[in-house]
Design a protein around this ligand. Structure first.
Ligand code: HAM
Length: 410
């Protein structure tokens, strides 16, 4: 038996319908904030992703050469493609630009629970507003989307400036290593790493930065920073809007394009891969030949949100099965059309089997059956049967439609 590729998944109808329902809620919520949907290609030039992150990222991507020898990659995320599209198509648009996307992304990672090689992101990008209000809007939008999805979560809000300030004198390689430990809140690892590097001076200030839960504590640890006022303004907006969050100066984010505010959300009921959303402020457009526009946004990990929500909550309902004898087939197709045009989900028997077998099948997949035999065919009627109650009545198709609607079955 052939199997699907490693790190990918199939979705059966119950799960797919649940995914679509949540996707629709996210779309509706984003549109409600004035965000409009965009779509970019599934594959891009490799350069789009290496230009910021270096050639090292190629081993983490589905990178390939096409028949024309072009170096391409399946998109590992949505931000670089969307900013490339902004540079190509939309630099003249009035700012700020509010866009969202729902896209499958591909990463060549070691698959595990909640970590896939193909996964879906619901992302937003707010382009051209370099203000505390813009940073705050993106965080509040993320909160709103997660709330609308029904997931239970915890939000962590941070900023890269305090940590970058503390490690400013380290070599770039040392900075990267220190930030990776801080991202995991792994102080022991940081200690070991700094001891090996023969410099333990930063361990204490960095570990106490992770403990800071107010901006006052942060600036006590770092001294005044140029970003201070912007951070205060953003936090004041979030507090005034009643956002529930933890101030967390340990957020580093894996992608290396962030420049200021960074934030992440976590679900309680997932295992190690419990980060359901991540984002921040960044600058990318200038790397792609555009203006040096400030942007911010986030990617919501749709598969993790769905995993956190659990099994689909409601079964399919409101289906009418059309059951008929061989001479009534043409009429059965006609009646099915009348039902569908009235917006009723209608399944027509397709197999050559008796009424008994058709009714048995209908009992498994439908709430109501419409039976059409020789008599109904001649009289222009149908027999509408309630499969749960076992009651039935012979009526015209139009009366049957009205009856189905009255029952609220569709
Ligand atoms: P990211 O943190 O790499 O950010 O991904 C966003 C979310 O996608 C993660 O929080 C996680 O929930 C989900 N995710 C990431 N990798 C996987 C995977 N292998 N399997 C399942 N889910 C995964 C970005 O991609 C940025 N583009 C976000 C952004 C938008 N920043 C600014 N604008």
């Amino acid at each position: 038996m052939l199997q699907k590729p490693r790190g990918t998944r199939d979705f059966l109808p119950d799960e797919m319908e649940f995914r679509r329902e949540i996707e629709q809620r996210l779309r509706y919520a984003a549109q409600n904030w004035g965000y409009r949907e965009v779509c970019t290609p599934t594959f891009e030039t490799q350069e789009l992703f290496t230009i910021r992150s270096g050639e090292g990222i190629i081993k983490e991507m589905y990178a390939f050469e096409d028949k024309g020898g072009r170096k391409l990659a399946l998109r590992p995320e949505g931000t670089a493609p969307v900013l490339r599209m902004y540079v190509n198509e939309a630099q003249v648009l009035a700012k700020p630009i509010r866009w969202f996307y729902f896209a499958d992304c591909y990463r060549y990672e070691r698959p595990q629970k909640g970590r896939y090689r193909q996964f879906w992101q619901f992302g937003t990008e707010l382009i051209g507003a370099d203000t505390a209000a813009a940073d705050a809007e993106i965080i509040l939008l993320a909160e709103n989307l997660l709330q609308k999805s029904g997931v239970e979560f915890e939000m962590h809000v941070g900023h890269l400036a305090p940590m970058k300030h503390l490690i400013r004198d380290l070599e770039p390689g040392e900075q990267k290593a220190a930030m990776a430990f801080l991202d995991k809140h792994d102080i022991e690892g940081l200690k070991k790493c700094r001891e090996e590097q023969g410099n333990e001076s930063l361990i204490e200030p960095l570990s106490s930065l992770l403990e800071c839960r107010t901006l006052d504590e942060v600036f006590e640890a770092t001294g005044d920073l140029p970003e201070k006022e912007r951070m205060q303004q953003m936090i004041a907006i979030l507090d005034a809007q009643g956002l529930s969050y933890t101030l967390d100066m340990g957020i580093v984010r894996g992608l290396d394009y962030y420049t200021g505010m960074v934030f992440e959300a976590f679900a309680h009921n997932l295992g190690a891969e419990n980060q359901i959303l991540g984002g921040g402020a960044y600058r990318l457009a200038h790397l792609f030949g555009g203006d040096d526009v400030a942007s911010c946004g986030f990617g919501l990990g749709f598969d993790r949100v769905m995993a956190s929500l659990g099994k689909p909550q409601k079964a399919r309902s409101g289906v009418v099965a059309v059951v008929y004898t061989p001479e009534a087939q043409t009429r059965a197709f006609e009646v099915a059309r009348i039902f569908r045009e009235a917006g009723i989900m209608t399944e027509l028997n397709l197999l050559e089997r008796g009424i008994g077998a058709q009714m048995k099948h209908a009992g498994r997949s439908a709430d109501l059956a419409v039976v059409i035999g020789k008599r109904e065919c001649e009289a222009g009627t149908v027999t509408l049967k309630d499969l749960a109650k076992g009651t039935q009545e012979e009526v015209t198709p139009e009366e049957a439609v009205a009856g189905v609607k009255r029952l609220g079955a569709c």
